[in-house]
Design a protein around this ligand. Sequence first.
Ligand code: SF4
Ligand code: FES
Length: 324
Amino acid sequence: MAKVTIDGIEIEVPDGTTILNAARMIGGKVVPPAMCYYSKLKKTGGYCRTCLVKVAQGSAKDPRPMPKLVVSCSTAVQDGMVVQNITSPEVLEARRGVVEFLLINHPLDCPICDQAGECKLQDLGYEHGLEKTRYEFSRRKFQMIDIGGKIKLHMTRCILCYRCVRVAEQLTDKRVHGVMNRGDVAEISTYINNIIENDFSGNVIDVCPVGALTDKTFRFKSRVWFAKPMDAHRDCKRCSCKAVLWMKGDDVLRVSARKDKNEEIEEFICNECRFEKKKKEDWVIEKPTHISRQSVISQNHYEVSKPLKLGTGSQPPKPLLNTE
Ligand code: SF4
Ligand code: FES
């Protein structure tokens, strides 16, 4: 075990744990943002640099600070390490720079993007972004393409985090897409506009941190914060089918996988559950999905964490929160 202190909070973690995962064990504001690392997939991290932190003390044995900021998603903790995330002005300055770079080519089309409200770059831009761009050159542009009947690729929005490539590599047996070319012409592509067709390809939509890969069956149907997310499951032979139904009245607008507290998929779901089962009767609805209070999606969705107790007076108390 190794003792590590992150932003003044000490925690003991198993040897080999990365700084990011140690911070996730503490939770809250000390967790660095991660746009490319995905704990449910192998070989992720190291691309986006949003998770940079300062190591103010390398270890108990060698207390010298690390000379440069390090990527927390791929740096393992050492016993006695002292890490600074939001307490370091240097880290915040570097993160501002990373966000500025990520936004150089990313279109600011949030008002029409289906990912708005769930977009990690939107959150990052809000917290660390500049009010205006300093970039004067023409931006990278790509044509939108359909990769298969159900997935739309809007490459102009892509930040090349490689998460979708890892999904294709690790979840599907017939991988047909990846990153082509290099530098600012690098793009996610299927090579000669092939289509992605396998049972788990839809998970690329959920892992994409921005609106580059979107669900064609949901595009432009609703803003996510107008839909009501409900945890549901069904009897499926391919996957655990633990899903979230995004509902408007009795209509199922979208089906997505459930996400954990780090906004990562809990269990990958198959395409049949995601794209074909769009009727309420196809599912057993469990309960309203827990959405963080900080998320714009939680607007108008109230949950009651504890059952309300009836009062002892003649009139039962009125619930302040409407759970319907
Ligand atoms: S399409 Fe999305 S998931 Fe794939 S590399 Fe681009 S940003 Fe990442
Ligand atoms: S999350 Fe660490 S480099 Fe992207």
